[in-house]
Design a protein around this ligand. Structure first.
Ligand code: NAD
Ligand code: DAU
Length: 361
């Protein structure tokens, strides 16, 4: 079997996957096949600019479906798989963990197994260049105290939410396929991303849209939980660097050295929205901040030590948090049609369920 100059991306219709595909098309000469189930979080409109591009193809399918995965690999003969597909929202995982176990654990195992079968049939030259890149999260490491050192690649796993536990399990499976079968796997563990095309159930886009519309800004607990923010374009560049130069079997932590308390992120968004959309009726958006019931088991602090990827692969974040956040607010203000298209009935049901319970209990 001979490989083509193509990569298969799973979950490419989601937030990070769609940013990755746009940049992959710009930065490389390879084609991309996007294997995506188009769940509530997957939106083909994120990639509509590539509809006529002969280097991009959407294959609608489930990573848990072994036959479908095998057929995509055999048809397109990729030189790499970049695995983003997942259930990704922590609050939804606490509400209903089953789909997280199905997609994140079982789906990753199915994908690894089919990748292994495909890889086994390649000739020696193609075998040596093939890569399986598993995209994971810093949440597998658990929660830090205020003075703890940042998570490194050797920090012990201590996942605290069903989402984090399912991603930890998927990381262990990826590792096992490397050690047991020699599949050329690489794993990345990244901190919180923000940027264009992020589904507005996550903190930053939710706050931008609520602020714009003069709605309450629901901050969980005391608002002092800390996340380490990374602009999505920097995450995509890091993944390309790991694909190109990463050591097979290794893991790489990716982060932006931008630790911020949630309340400070929300205040910055308020000020940016005030500046870009002054509305006399709404006034200062900071007055919309509403403290609501905390997320159960809410991790207090994440911080990534990205020294390994910086040292070994020469990657560094290019975007500062303040400039990246400004671009992101601008993007949501400039794309009202995209926003309307993702606010389906199912989305509104989730928002009602999550926030009504928090405010009333
Ligand atoms: P997302 O929820 O925006 O997108 C997930 C995509 O996966 C969607 O397009 C969805 O349709 C697809 N998908 C879900 N189940 C599927 C299945 N069974 N088969 C095929 N496709 C399926 O997620 P995201 O925020 O873009 O995250 C992408 C990956 O990056 C995830 O693996 C996540 O764990 C990881 N990650 C995310 C962040 C972040 O801040 N968002 C940070 C670090 C790591
Ligand atoms: O750290 C990487 C992870 O970042 C990824 O693996 C996940 O897929 C991604 O969803 C994200 O997880 P978080 O739980 O950190 O992101 P979220 O945007 O849901 O929340 C960020 C912080 O903001 C968190 O401390 C909870 C808080 N929050 C969130 C929402 C949605 C609020 O205070 N209010 C809210 O309405």
């Amino acid at each position: 079997m001979c490989m083509r100059d193509a990569v298969v991306v799973t979950g490419g219709a989601g937030f990070i996957g769609s940013n990755f595909i746009h940049e992959w098309i710009k930065q490389t000469s390879y084609s991309v096949i996007n294997l995506d189930l188009l769940t509530y979080a997957g939106n083909p409109a994120n990639l509509s600019a590539l509809d006529e591009n002969p280097r991009y193809l959407l294959e609608v399918g489930d990573i848990c479906d072994a036959e479908r995965v095998a057929s995509v690999l055999h048809t397109h003969q990729p030189r790499a798989i970049v695995h983003f597909a997942a259930e990704s929202h922590v609050d939804r995982s606490i509400d209903s963990p089953e789909s997280f176990i199905r997609t994140n654990v079982l789906g990753t195992q199915v994908l690894l197994e089919q990748a292994h079968r495909y890889w086994t049939e390649l000739d020696a030259a193609n075998k040596s260049v093939f890569r399986f890149l598993h995209v994971s999260t810093d949440e597998v490491y658990g929660s830090l105290g205020p003075d703890d050192p940042a998570f490194s690649e050797s920090t012990a796993y201590a996942p605290n939410s069903p989402y984090a536990a399912s991603k930890a399990a998927s990381d262990h499976l990826a590792r096992a396929y490397y050690h047991s079968y020699g599949l050329p796997v690489l794993t990345t563990n990244c901190s919180n991303n923000y940027g264009s095309f992020q589904f507005p159930e996550k903190l930053i886009p939710l706050m931008i849209l609520n602020a714009l519309e003069g709605k309450p800004l629901p901050v969980y607990g005391d608002g002092a939980n800390v996340r380490d923010w990374l602009y999505v374009g920097d995450h995509c560049a890091a993944i390309r660097a790991v694909l190109e130069k990463g050591r097979v079997g290794d893991t790489y932590n990716i982060g932006g050295k931008s630790e911020r308390r949630n309340i400070d992120v929300v205040h910055t968004i308020c000020d940016l929205v005030d500046e870009m959309d002054s509305s006399v009726a709404i006034g200062s958006r900071r007055s919309l901040v509403t403290y609501v019931k905390d997320r159960p088991g809410h991790d207090r602090r994440y911080a990534i030590d990205a020294a390994k990827i910086e040292r070994e692969l020469g990657w560094r974040p290019a975007e500062r948090f303040e400039s990246g956040l400004r671009k992101t607010v601008r993007w949501y203000l400039d794309h009202p049609a995209w926003v309307e298209s993702v606010r389906t009935g199912a989305y509104l049901d989730w928002i009602k369920k999550n926030y009504t319970e928090r405010v009333t209990s």
